[in-house]
Every structure is written in C-alpha cells, then in structure tokens.
Design a protein around this ligand. Sequence first.
Ligand SMILES: *Cc1c(COP(=O)(O)O)cnc(C)c1O
Length: 392
Amino acid sequence: MKKDAKFNTKLIHAGHKPEPYHSVITPIYQTSTFSFESAEQGEDCFAGDSDGYIYTRLGNPTTRALEDAVASLEGGVGGIAVASGMAAVTTIYMAYLGAGSHIVSSAAVYGPSRVVLEKHFSRFGVESTFVDTSLIDLVAAAIKPNTKLIYIETPANPTIAITDIVSCAELAHKHGILLIVDNTFCSPYLQRPLELGADVVLHSTTKFINGHADVVGGVIVAKTPEAHKFLYSVMTNMGGNMDPHQAFLVSRGLKTLSIRMERAQENAMKLAVYLEQHPKVAWVLYPGLTSHPQYELAKKQQDGPGAMISFGLKGGLEAGRTLMNNVKLAALAVSLGGVESLIQHPASMTHAKMSYVDKQKAGITDDLVRFSVGIEDYEDIVEDIQQAFTYV
Ligand SMILES: *Cc1c(COP(=O)(O)O)cnc(C)c1O
C-alpha cells in the first residue's frame, strides 16, 4: 500500500504484511510464544534490536496488523491493541497518573472511565476533577499544578456533548499537560483527534471499529514514538493485551467501517429528525440537528454527526421505560456501534454506578434514552419506534 493511500484503501490494506504463504488476509497466529533462530537472535529481540516476536503478551503478528491499521487510520505512529476499551483507558491512566497527580476529565464519560478513577485510582493517591469539558473555561479553571492529563470523550457518552479538541489541546499544551481523547463514538472515519492536536487517542473497538457486537476489545494510538513505546511497555507489564483471535475478528470488522458508518449515520439523521418533531418527545440531542448546542463545532471537527442519538420523552422516565419495553426490532441492550439498533437507559444501566448528584451535574437525566442506530432499513427502524410510541 502506498504511504499516501486514502482512508478506504487504508481500511482494506493497512497493517497487512507479506507473509510466507501469501495469504491475502493476515491469519490468526494462535501461539503464545515464538522460537528464536539462535541465542543471539533471542538476545537481540529482548534488547529491542530485532523486530522479531517473543511472546504474545509482548506482541503478535495478528494483533500487530490491527494496531498498525488503526494507527494508520488515526494518523498516529503506532497502535496498542488491548483486551477491552477499559483496558485502553486504564493503561493510559497507569502510564501517566501516579501518587499526587491529578486528571481533569469530562463529567459525562463512559461510566467506568470515571468510576475507576473515583473508586480505584483514588486509592493510589490520584486526584480527579470532572467538568463539562464542552465549556473550555471550566477545563481551564480545573487545571492544578499537579494536573497531568486532560481526558475527553467527544461526543460524550451519553449526553452527546461536543468538546472542542483544538482548544483543549492548546490549553493542555500551554500547561505541559497531555490531551487524551476517547474517539469511540466517532471512529477515525468521522474524527481524527491526533490531527486536531490530541496526544493519545483510544477506542473501545467493541463498538464501531469492530461493529458486529461479537468481540470486546480496545486500542490506543499514540502520536509520538516515545509515547507509543512507553504506553506499550505499560500495557505489556500490566498484561492487558488483546488476544490474536480477538484481533483477527476486529480486523475483519474494521474493513467495512466506512460503509457501516455511512449507512448508520444516514439512518440516524432521519430518525433524529423524526424524533424531534414527535409530539411525545421533549428533546433530542444529535450533532446533525441544528438544535444541538454545538452543531457548528461538530460540523467543524467531525466529518459527520455519527449514529448515536439521545432523547427524552415528555412523560419522563416512565414514558422512556414504556418505549424501551415495547420496541421489537431494536434490542434493549447496552453497548453501541454495531450493525443492529440498540436502545438503553443510561441512568439505570451504563451510568448506574454514578451518584445521583453527579449524574444530574453531568446532564445524565432520568429521562435520557440512548439509541445506537444500526444499519437496518430506516423504514423498519422508524416503524418499530412508531409502534412503541403508541403505548407511551
Ligand atoms: C464501551 C466504551 C468504553 C469501554 O469499552 P469496553 O470495550 O466495554 O471495555 C469506553 N469508552 C466508550 C466511549 C465506550 O463506549
């Protein structure tokens, strides 16, 4: 593949290396360990003077193909494939936070990304402050002398709030802080944070990258060789590596990212318009609607509004519950970014572990229903919602 290949060409070819049997697709190297040609070559591998493989926790050709592919799509120097999205989050926290350090994070983030700081990293003396990062002044005000990371998720889960990546990067770098972006909701097809100034990007590959709701996984992409090397060493020592079989499945799912995203987004746009005019709907948050508070920013930093919609019903939580209990096509399930439509209630499901006060502050209201729009025919998706509304 030529170096300046375009996005879709990279999707199909990036990461694949010549292989003894000329297989078109990188096979599953289902092995825990690799033999050395000689004691000397083994020594070179351990010294880092040879790029041969040693042991699967430290690297494997199947996982490497996925790492290189996502790094190429994000415009980074290297990827680090891990067992889950949360392994990506915690590897980054472990790498850059320590006793006496501080992190500023979006108040509305994937639930466990926040809970792990409050419940676990706090035990090791790490301080965290959660603010609405869509308001840059609040981020600036939260910075302390010991702040090491600004961590954002944009669009945020589940409020769909958009944070300005360029402004956050400028602010972070002015203070010698790193900017970390969870790019799970957009995928590199719609947003490339490293190009906008972020230092490290992460994904739950469980979502759009794999896209088929059949594998849990995560990936980190670093902008510089130093950050890549450091994060890789933290990952291998902590032991959160992705398994080669998992990597094979994620690589397979990744190839259709563009066409899945395009179709899901087209459906989401139509559904958001439908919901917004529905008499039983109180509000809709979708970056493709001009009513979204950061519609202009989303248009600037994303290549499209994505496939995630949050909305509230006039009847509040009870009405939302009735809707969720009556959909037939959409599955009542957490997770997102798959080919199938999913509906869920964050306040009682994905964000249940957050305190009520924190949920209110983060905008995760009781009436918020989250819809991950799939690639089914739009007519069937909307018909399903329509029939469920008759019970509300
Ligand atoms: C799902 C998700 C995660 C965590 O990923 P897992 O693969 O479930 O561990 C992190 N961030 C976001 C935005 C997610 O949606």
